[in-house]
Design a protein. Structure first.
Length: 275
Protein backbone atom coordinates (compact mmCIF):
# COMPACT_ATOMS: atom_id res chain seq x y z
CA UNK A 1 0.00 0.00 0.00
CA UNK A 2 2.86 2.37 0.79
CA UNK A 3 5.23 1.32 -2.02
CA UNK A 4 6.49 4.62 -3.41
CA UNK A 5 7.95 2.91 -6.48
CA UNK A 6 4.44 1.95 -7.55
CA UNK A 7 2.99 3.44 -10.72
CA UNK A 8 0.09 4.59 -8.54
CA UNK A 9 2.30 6.83 -6.39
CA UNK A 10 2.66 10.51 -7.44
CA UNK A 11 6.09 11.30 -8.84
CA UNK A 12 8.26 14.24 -7.79
CA UNK A 13 5.84 15.90 -5.39
CA UNK A 14 7.38 17.77 -2.48
CA UNK A 15 5.59 17.98 0.85
CA UNK A 16 6.68 17.85 4.47
CA UNK A 17 3.70 15.91 5.82
CA UNK A 18 0.82 15.76 3.33
CA UNK A 19 0.85 12.31 1.75
CA UNK A 20 4.03 11.10 3.40
CA UNK A 21 1.86 8.19 4.56
CA UNK A 22 0.22 7.26 1.24
CA UNK A 23 -2.06 4.27 0.79
CA UNK A 24 -3.43 3.08 -2.56
CA UNK A 25 -6.19 0.57 -3.34
CA UNK A 26 -7.38 -0.65 -6.73
CA UNK A 27 -10.96 -0.67 -5.40
CA UNK A 28 -12.46 0.29 -2.06
CA UNK A 29 -15.82 1.23 -0.62
CA UNK A 30 -15.01 4.81 0.40
CA UNK A 31 -11.61 6.44 0.78
CA UNK A 32 -13.09 8.62 3.53
CA UNK A 33 -14.11 5.54 5.53
CA UNK A 34 -10.69 3.96 4.99
CA UNK A 35 -8.90 7.12 6.05
CA UNK A 36 -11.02 7.42 9.21
CA UNK A 37 -10.12 3.85 10.12
CA UNK A 38 -6.40 4.35 9.53
CA UNK A 39 -6.34 7.47 11.69
CA UNK A 40 -8.11 5.58 14.47
CA UNK A 41 -5.43 2.90 14.18
CA UNK A 42 -2.67 5.50 14.63
CA UNK A 43 -1.89 6.77 11.13
CA UNK A 44 -0.29 10.24 11.22
CA UNK A 45 -1.58 13.69 10.37
CA UNK A 46 -1.51 14.05 6.59
CA UNK A 47 -2.27 10.41 5.78
CA UNK A 48 -3.65 10.04 2.26
CA UNK A 49 -5.85 7.26 0.89
CA UNK A 50 -6.31 6.91 -2.87
CA UNK A 51 -8.36 4.39 -4.81
CA UNK A 52 -8.77 3.55 -8.46
CA UNK A 53 -12.52 3.13 -7.91
CA UNK A 54 -15.07 3.37 -5.11
CA UNK A 55 -18.14 1.22 -4.59
CA UNK A 56 -19.66 3.47 -1.91
CA UNK A 57 -18.40 6.97 -2.65
CA UNK A 58 -20.02 9.72 -0.60
CA UNK A 59 -21.17 13.21 -1.53
CA UNK A 60 -22.43 16.13 0.52
CA UNK A 61 -25.75 15.79 2.41
CA UNK A 62 -25.79 12.00 2.13
CA UNK A 63 -25.63 11.87 -1.66
CA UNK A 64 -23.79 9.11 -3.51
CA UNK A 65 -20.67 10.13 -5.46
CA UNK A 66 -20.48 8.28 -8.80
CA UNK A 67 -17.06 6.57 -8.78
CA UNK A 68 -16.34 4.56 -11.97
CA UNK A 69 -12.89 2.94 -12.27
CA UNK A 70 -9.89 4.50 -14.00
CA UNK A 71 -11.36 7.87 -14.94
CA UNK A 72 -11.04 10.05 -11.88
CA UNK A 73 -9.17 10.93 -8.70
CA UNK A 74 -10.69 9.47 -5.54
CA UNK A 75 -8.65 10.54 -2.54
CA UNK A 76 -8.96 11.44 1.13
CA UNK A 77 -6.61 13.40 3.36
CA UNK A 78 -6.63 12.63 7.09
CA UNK A 79 -5.81 15.34 9.61
CA UNK A 80 -5.36 15.57 13.37
CA UNK A 81 -5.61 19.34 13.96
CA UNK A 82 -5.33 20.98 17.36
CA UNK A 83 -7.87 23.77 16.78
CA UNK A 84 -11.49 23.83 17.96
CA UNK A 85 -14.22 21.86 16.13
CA UNK A 86 -16.08 24.95 14.89
CA UNK A 87 -13.06 25.78 12.70
CA UNK A 88 -13.12 22.48 10.82
CA UNK A 89 -15.78 23.43 8.26
CA UNK A 90 -13.36 25.96 6.78
CA UNK A 91 -11.04 23.12 5.76
CA UNK A 92 -13.47 22.37 2.94
CA UNK A 93 -12.77 25.84 1.55
CA UNK A 94 -9.02 25.41 2.07
CA UNK A 95 -9.10 22.18 0.07
CA UNK A 96 -11.27 23.77 -2.64
CA UNK A 97 -8.68 26.48 -3.18
CA UNK A 98 -5.88 23.90 -3.21
CA UNK A 99 -7.66 21.70 -5.76
CA UNK A 100 -8.51 24.66 -7.98
CA UNK A 101 -4.86 25.73 -8.03
CA UNK A 102 -3.70 22.16 -8.65
CA UNK A 103 -6.07 21.71 -11.58
CA UNK A 104 -4.82 25.00 -13.03
CA UNK A 105 -1.24 23.75 -12.65
CA UNK A 106 -1.98 20.54 -14.54
CA UNK A 107 -4.74 21.49 -16.99
CA UNK A 108 -5.09 25.27 -17.04
CA UNK A 109 -2.90 25.86 -20.08
CA UNK A 110 -4.80 23.25 -22.11
CA UNK A 111 -8.15 24.79 -21.19
CA UNK A 112 -7.02 28.30 -22.14
CA UNK A 113 -5.46 27.09 -25.38
CA UNK A 114 -8.83 25.66 -26.33
CA UNK A 115 -10.51 28.95 -25.35
CA UNK A 116 -12.21 27.06 -22.53
CA UNK A 117 -13.70 28.47 -19.37
CA UNK A 118 -11.62 29.09 -16.27
CA UNK A 119 -11.58 26.70 -13.34
CA UNK A 120 -13.44 28.29 -10.44
CA UNK A 121 -14.89 27.49 -7.02
CA UNK A 122 -18.61 27.17 -6.38
CA UNK A 123 -18.96 27.89 -2.69
CA UNK A 124 -18.25 26.00 -0.59
CA UNK A 125 -17.03 22.69 -1.97
CA UNK A 126 -17.14 22.30 -5.77
CA UNK A 127 -14.72 23.13 -8.57
CA UNK A 128 -16.51 24.08 -11.78
CA UNK A 129 -15.67 24.92 -15.36
CA UNK A 130 -18.11 26.27 -17.92
CA UNK A 131 -20.93 26.05 -15.39
CA UNK A 132 -20.40 22.33 -14.73
CA UNK A 133 -18.87 20.43 -11.82
CA UNK A 134 -15.34 19.02 -12.14
CA UNK A 135 -14.70 18.23 -8.48
CA UNK A 136 -16.60 17.70 -5.25
CA UNK A 137 -15.24 17.79 -1.70
CA UNK A 138 -16.67 16.20 1.45
CA UNK A 139 -15.26 16.90 4.92
CA UNK A 140 -16.07 14.62 7.85
CA UNK A 141 -15.06 15.18 11.48
CA UNK A 142 -14.95 13.13 14.66
CA UNK A 143 -15.03 14.93 18.01
CA UNK A 144 -14.45 13.58 21.53
CA UNK A 145 -15.01 15.62 24.72
CA UNK A 146 -15.10 18.84 22.74
CA UNK A 147 -11.83 18.22 20.86
CA UNK A 148 -11.22 17.11 17.29
CA UNK A 149 -10.04 13.52 17.05
CA UNK A 150 -9.74 13.58 13.27
CA UNK A 151 -10.84 15.38 10.16
CA UNK A 152 -11.00 13.61 6.81
CA UNK A 153 -11.37 15.54 3.56
CA UNK A 154 -12.52 13.50 0.57
CA UNK A 155 -11.86 14.77 -2.95
CA UNK A 156 -13.36 13.43 -6.17
CA UNK A 157 -12.05 14.93 -9.43
CA UNK A 158 -13.42 14.01 -12.86
CA UNK A 159 -10.24 13.65 -14.87
CA UNK A 160 -10.50 11.48 -18.01
CA UNK A 161 -14.27 10.84 -17.99
CA UNK A 162 -15.63 10.79 -21.57
CA UNK A 163 -19.29 10.81 -20.56
CA UNK A 164 -21.62 10.81 -17.57
CA UNK A 165 -24.89 9.17 -16.59
CA UNK A 166 -27.88 11.01 -18.01
CA UNK A 167 -29.04 12.27 -14.61
CA UNK A 168 -25.80 14.21 -14.00
CA UNK A 169 -24.66 15.01 -17.54
CA UNK A 170 -26.16 18.52 -17.39
CA UNK A 171 -24.14 19.47 -14.32
CA UNK A 172 -20.93 17.39 -14.57
CA UNK A 173 -17.83 17.70 -16.73
CA UNK A 174 -14.25 16.44 -16.68
CA UNK A 175 -10.78 17.73 -17.46
CA UNK A 176 -10.86 15.64 -20.65
CA UNK A 177 -14.16 17.17 -21.76
CA UNK A 178 -12.87 20.68 -21.04
CA UNK A 179 -9.46 20.29 -22.67
CA UNK A 180 -9.62 17.29 -25.02
CA UNK A 181 -6.49 16.01 -23.28
CA UNK A 182 -5.83 12.95 -21.12
CA UNK A 183 -4.06 13.49 -17.80
CA UNK A 184 -2.20 11.24 -15.38
CA UNK A 185 -4.26 11.11 -12.19
CA UNK A 186 -1.19 10.61 -10.01
CA UNK A 187 0.36 13.86 -11.29
CA UNK A 188 -2.77 15.74 -10.27
CA UNK A 189 -2.81 14.08 -6.83
CA UNK A 190 0.76 15.24 -6.23
CA UNK A 191 -0.12 18.82 -7.11
CA UNK A 192 -3.20 18.72 -4.85
CA UNK A 193 -1.08 17.58 -1.90
CA UNK A 194 1.50 20.32 -2.48
CA UNK A 195 -1.13 23.02 -2.75
CA UNK A 196 -3.13 21.72 0.20
CA UNK A 197 -0.12 21.65 2.50
CA UNK A 198 0.69 25.23 1.47
CA UNK A 199 -2.82 26.59 2.08
CA UNK A 200 -3.42 24.53 5.21
CA UNK A 201 -0.33 26.02 6.84
CA UNK A 202 -1.46 29.53 5.92
CA UNK A 203 -4.91 28.79 7.32
CA UNK A 204 -3.41 27.39 10.54
CA UNK A 205 -1.61 30.69 11.24
CA UNK A 206 -4.88 32.20 12.48
CA UNK A 207 -7.34 29.30 12.11
CA UNK A 208 -9.54 31.37 9.83
CA UNK A 209 -9.70 32.36 6.15
CA UNK A 210 -8.08 35.78 6.59
CA UNK A 211 -4.69 34.76 5.15
CA UNK A 212 -6.15 33.18 1.99
CA UNK A 213 -9.53 34.91 1.68
CA UNK A 214 -8.43 37.15 -1.19
CA UNK A 215 -7.26 34.20 -3.29
CA UNK A 216 -10.43 32.24 -2.54
CA UNK A 217 -12.77 35.09 -3.51
CA UNK A 218 -10.75 35.65 -6.69
CA UNK A 219 -11.69 32.11 -7.72
CA UNK A 220 -15.31 32.25 -6.55
CA UNK A 221 -17.72 31.76 -9.44
CA UNK A 222 -20.71 33.05 -7.43
CA UNK A 223 -19.36 36.57 -6.78
CA UNK A 224 -21.68 39.37 -7.94
CA UNK A 225 -24.18 36.83 -9.25
CA UNK A 226 -27.74 36.15 -8.21
CA UNK A 227 -28.05 32.98 -6.16
CA UNK A 228 -30.88 31.06 -4.56
CA UNK A 229 -30.17 30.39 -0.88
CA UNK A 230 -31.83 27.10 0.09
CA UNK A 231 -32.27 27.80 3.79
CA UNK A 232 -34.50 25.34 5.72
CA UNK A 233 -36.04 28.37 7.47
CA UNK A 234 -37.08 29.85 4.12
CA UNK A 235 -35.51 30.13 0.66
CA UNK A 236 -34.60 33.52 -0.74
CA UNK A 237 -32.79 35.16 -3.65
CA UNK A 238 -29.70 37.29 -3.08
CA UNK A 239 -26.49 38.49 -4.70
CA UNK A 240 -23.28 36.76 -3.56
CA UNK A 241 -20.61 39.19 -2.37
CA UNK A 242 -17.76 36.94 -1.24
CA UNK A 243 -16.85 35.26 2.04
CA UNK A 244 -15.97 36.43 5.52
CA UNK A 245 -13.04 35.29 7.68
CA UNK A 246 -15.09 32.34 8.96
CA UNK A 247 -15.68 31.03 5.43
CA UNK A 248 -19.35 31.98 5.39
CA UNK A 249 -20.83 33.23 2.12
CA UNK A 250 -21.90 36.87 2.31
CA UNK A 251 -25.06 37.63 0.36
CA UNK A 252 -27.02 40.82 -0.19
CA UNK A 253 -30.76 40.24 0.08
CA UNK A 254 -33.38 41.97 -2.02
CA UNK A 255 -34.10 44.38 0.87
CA UNK A 256 -30.46 45.49 0.91
CA UNK A 257 -29.42 43.69 4.08
CA UNK A 258 -26.29 41.51 4.09
CA UNK A 259 -26.50 38.01 5.55
CA UNK A 260 -23.83 35.38 6.19
CA UNK A 261 -24.59 31.85 5.03
CA UNK A 262 -23.10 28.88 6.87
CA UNK A 263 -22.31 25.89 4.65
CA UNK A 264 -23.35 23.33 7.22
CA UNK A 265 -26.93 24.59 7.22
CA UNK A 266 -27.82 25.68 3.70
CA UNK A 267 -27.04 25.19 0.02
CA UNK A 268 -26.66 27.81 -2.69
CA UNK A 269 -27.67 27.42 -6.33
CA UNK A 270 -27.59 29.65 -9.36
CA UNK A 271 -30.81 31.26 -10.48
CA UNK A 272 -30.64 29.87 -14.02
CA UNK A 273 -28.60 26.70 -13.45
CA UNK A 274 -26.18 24.82 -11.26
CA UNK A 275 -23.90 27.83 -10.64
Amino acid sequence: MNDRTSANYPKDFRTKWAGQDYRYFEVTGSTNDDCIRFLQEGAPHGTVVVSGAQTAGKGRRGRVWDSPPGEAVYMSVGLKPDFSPEKASMLTLVMALAVCRAIEDVAGDFALAGEGEKFQIKWPNDIVCGGKKVCGILTEMRVCTGKIEQVVIGVGINVNCRSFAEEISRTATSLWQVTGTEFVCEDLIGRVLEQFEHYYEKFAEKCDMSTIMGEYVEKLVNVEKEVRVLDPRGEYTAVALGINEQGELLVKKEDGTVASVYAGEVSVRGIYGYV
